[in-house]
Design a protein around this ligand. Structure first.
Ligand code: FAD
Length: 469
């Protein structure tokens, strides 16, 4: 049976049958927003595919931060091919200007999209390794004609003619240790540490209310958690960052083309200014010690900088909002060309380097920049950015379109990359100028964290850098 999205069921090739690569499906790893966008483009081009999703629902990683309202409105969050398929099925797009929560992103977009693809989206299918049938990483002759071999966590295997890896980075958060290695004692204190974006005002409230919480990290995840914590009464909050000031987190304010993103930083700045949040700068997490005090169990977090100078923060819980890392281990038998700094492809790295770019200044890029020496394997979506925190969905959707065009052999379309991104003023224009400006809450933001007007606050000196992490 076939409809707008091609056949509604797919026969997976057991690994014992050696089908010709052209007869095999393209495997998409991950049914997040970008994996499903790839599926939509594959469906439009009538290319056979199967999406393997580790979780039990489409958008399984997004579901983990379902309580968080995103900072880009719907108009930037819907892939064009997905929109066409959904609208042909009678779906109506949500209000283009509304900022959905992660949960709304799933309910109003990802779930109906995945439903269109029927059993071509396989849930509970965790990919544990990718290789080429009969080829380890070293063997060359005839390599490109060999099908990909995909092994799942349950031990089953399937073959594919190409692999689009959109598995994201959410399952592999970075460590607390300032040098990229786990802090001494970090694993022993694991039960007192949550990774970014706990549901502080909802399901996880009891873990935080009335406790002294330390938030470590300088990105938007840290900012989101800090703002939520600030709403809890009698909950002391300390915020520790490596930088000498927090101007990078405070971000673009009114100059940000995504007002919600600018407003997040502006509100945070006000909480620090008025003392609700205690900011500790120059904090390089070195070790973590558990301690039983009169008031119960506490955790001592010790910073040691390059001169050996120490600072200590004692808290009751820690939120580690230190970013994410791509897991390239599943593709360890493939020939990857990874940038030594970011872990993206080397061609992509200079285009997304957070030292030079914000989300809004990333130039269009596609199949050429995402290609590895392993022909037919592409990592797209937030995983493609490696450790760069500047990813936006709109970028991932254009990656998906371009990569699928390349796999279809339509190189003209693959190379016609176009991208319109919302810019961030502070990140993309003169920092010195931005530092002179007074920023306030941008108007017209509905709902949630962003609805309360704030007094104007002056932005302090900045050390620059990216702003979307
Ligand atoms: C709190 C938060 C807010 C954000 N807000 C915005 C915003 O406002 N605007 C914006 O443009 N971007 C935003 N982003 C950034 C980015 O768009 C999202 O992270 C987005 O979810 C990335 O989509 P993705 O499809 O690449 O990866 P993910 O959404 O992470 O999806 C990856 C999928 O792969 C699955 N998976 C992982 N490993 C495997 C495996 N081995 N086998 C099979 N399946 C696997 C996961 O279960 C998951 O479903 C935000 C990110 C966060 C964390």
């Amino acid at each position: 049976m076939s409809g707008c999205c091609g056949p509604t069921s797919v026969e997976l090739q057991p690994s014992t049958q050696a089908a010709q690569p052209d007869e095999l499906p393209i495997v998409v790893i991950g049914a997040g927003p970008v994996g499903l966008a790839a599926a939509a483009h594959l469906a439009e081009r009538n290319l056979d595919f199967v999406v393997l999703e580790a979780g039990e629902q489409a958008g399984a990683s997004v579901a983990k931060w379902g309580h968080v309202r995103v900072f880009s409105p719907w108009r930037y969050n819907i892939d064009a091919a997905a929109r066409r398929l959904l609208e042909a099925d009678g779906w109506s797009a949500p209000d283009a200007g509304w900022l959905p929560t992660g949960a709304e992103l799933i309910d109003d977009y990802l779930a109906p999209l995945a439903k269109l693809f029927g059993d071509r989206v396989r849930l509970g299918a965790q990919v544990s390794a990718i290789s080429r049938l009969g080829y380890d990483r070293v063997r060359t002759a005839g390599r490109e004609a060999a099908p990909f071999l995909i092994r799942l966590a349950d031990g089953s295997e399937l073959h594919a003619r190409a692999v689009i890896d959109a598995s994201g980075t959410y399952a592999t958060p970075s460590v607390l240790g300032a040098s990229g290695l786990p802090a001494h004692g970090e694993s022993d204190a694991a039960d007192l540490v949550d990774h970014a974006l706990p549901d502080v005002l909802g399901a996880d409230r009891d873990r935080y209310a009335g406790r002294h919480v330390l938030v470590v990290g300088a990105g938007h995840s840290a900012a989101t958690t800090l703002l939520a914590l600030a709403e809890l009464e009698d909950t002391p909050i300390t915020w520790a960052i490596r930088a000498g000031n927090a101007a990078r987190t405070y971000g673009g304010g009114e100059a940000d083309a995504l007002p919600a993103r600018g407003a997040l930083g502006t509100r945070l700045h006000a909480h620090v200014t008025f003392g609700r949040i205690r900011l500790v700068t120059g904090f390089f997490t070195h070790s973590i010690e558990r301690a039983i005090e009169r008031d119960g169990e506490q955790v001592r977090v010790i910073s040691r900088d390059s001169s050996g100078a120490e600072q200590t923060i004692t808290a009751e819980r820690i939120v580690a909002a230190t970013g994410y890392r791509p897991d390239h281990a599943i593709a360890g038998e493939l020939r990857l060309d990874l940038d030594p700094v970011l872990g993206s492809t080397r061609a992509l790295a200079p285009l997304i380097d957070p030292n030079a770019h914000s989300c809004g200044t990333v130039p269009p890029h596609g199949a050429d920049e995402l290609a590895h020496p392993e022909a037919g394997y592409y990592a797209i979506g937030v995983k493609s950015y490696g450790r760069a925190p500047t990813f936006l969905l709109a970028t991932g959707y254009e990656q998906a379109r371009s990569v699928v065009a390349a796999l279809a052999g339509d190189w003209e379309a693959a190379r016609d990359v176009q991208l319109e991104l919302p810019e961030t003023g502070v990140c993309s224009s003169s920092l010195a100028e931005a530092q002179e400006q007074r920023v306030g809450l941008a108007a017209g933001i509905g709902g949630g964290l962003l609805s309360t007007p704030l007094p104007l606050a002056t932005v302090s000196a900045s050390d620059g850098g990216g702003c979307c992490g």
